[in-house]
Design a binder for this molecule. Structure first.
Ligand code: HEC
Length: 127
């Protein structure tokens, strides 16, 4: 019986470990991708707005509507986008396609895995 419990515990560990490792890898990869965003964005609570708005608490918020003293474009304010993993991935793939006339001068992240990683990173530091 004891060995049964032990082997169950071992296989459970074996099952969960790779998943955790993967998530950590994503966050680390995402932090690297985010180097392309830091010229314009901070992520910490109360962080300052640069060319772009601070991104603390971004998930679940409506685009351009957070009361953080940032002057959004009319296009962003009118977009009605609610930030989720999906909507952010769409936006980051091609900002000007998702929100025509957005002021975010960024060509986009064409690779899905880069978008996934940077979103994973953002989720880990902005809430
Ligand atoms: C050259 C500067 C610049 C770069 C680089 C940049 N952004 Fe932005 N970002 C902006 C600006 C400016 C806005 C506001 C756009 C508007 O009001 O139309 C914005 C808006 C956003 C928003 C919406 C914020 C909100 O409050 O609704 C998100 C999310 C975002 N950026 C994520 C990113 C990520 C992730 C990257 C890197 C992959 C990135 N940005 C790179 C300038 C930039």
């Amino acid at each position: 019986m004891k060995s049964l419990i032990l082997s169950a515990a071992v296989s459970l560990t074996a099952l969960t470990m790779p998943v955790l490792a993967l998530a950590d890898d994503d966050v680390a990869a995402g932090e690297k991708v985010f180097k392309r965003c830091v010229a314009c964005h901070t992520v910490d609570e109360g962080g300052r707005n640069k060319v772009g708005p601070n991104l603390w608490n971004i998930f679940g918020s409506t685009a351009g509507q957070r009361d953080i003293g940032y002057k959004y474009s009319d296009a962003m304010k009118a977009s009605g986008i609610v930030w989720t993993e999906d909507t952010m991935s769409d936006y980051l793939e091609n900002p000007r396609k998702a929100v025509p006339k957005t002021r975010m001068a960024f060509p986009g992240l064409k690779k899905e895995e880069q978008r996934e990683a940077v979103i994973e990173y953002l989720e880990s530091v902005t809430q």
